[in-house]
Design a protein around this ligand. Structure first.
Ligand code: FES
Length: 123
């Protein structure tokens, strides 16, 4: 799993949204998250968020525009990304997100990560 952590808003005290791409294209010549385990990732995230009692809004989307790097998930409001997620990495993803949220809620959001430029859209 590749992670691109971006700074959280200063003094963020809201609820993070984790959006998972579940797009499953019929065409096999184009990569899609749904063909690479997104449903298993989504099920794992649902179960683990519930088990840990995390206050995270889990959403799905039909494409995040970075198909070649999938399966993908994006976090709002920080615009943090998780790429090439494997179902077995759901716990690691939530460990990372929980640590980011803890830091953001403690007011250290500005120093949580170095900003990285937005990635170009690709399909
Ligand atoms: S199919 Fe998942 S980002 Fe496009």
């Amino acid at each position: 799993m590749d992670t691109v952590i971006r700074p959280w808003p200063v003094a963020f005290d809201g609820r993070a949204t984790l959006t998972v791409c579940v797009n499953q294209r019929k065409e096999t010549f184009v990569q899609s998250c749904g063909r690479d385990g997104a449903q298993d990732i989504l099920a794992g995230l649902r179960a683990e968020i519930s088990r840990r009692g995390l206050n995270i809004d889990l959403q799905t989307i039909a494409c995040l525009g970075l198909c070649a790097k999938g399966p993908n998930a994006r976090v709002a409001p920080s615009n943090t990304w998780f790429h090439k997620i494997r179902p077995s990495e759901v716990g690691l993803l939530l460990d990372s997100l929980s640590a980011q949220l803890e830091q953001a809620h403690s007011g250290e959001a500005g120093s949580a990560a170095q900003p990285t430029p937005p990635e170009p859209a690709e399909r």
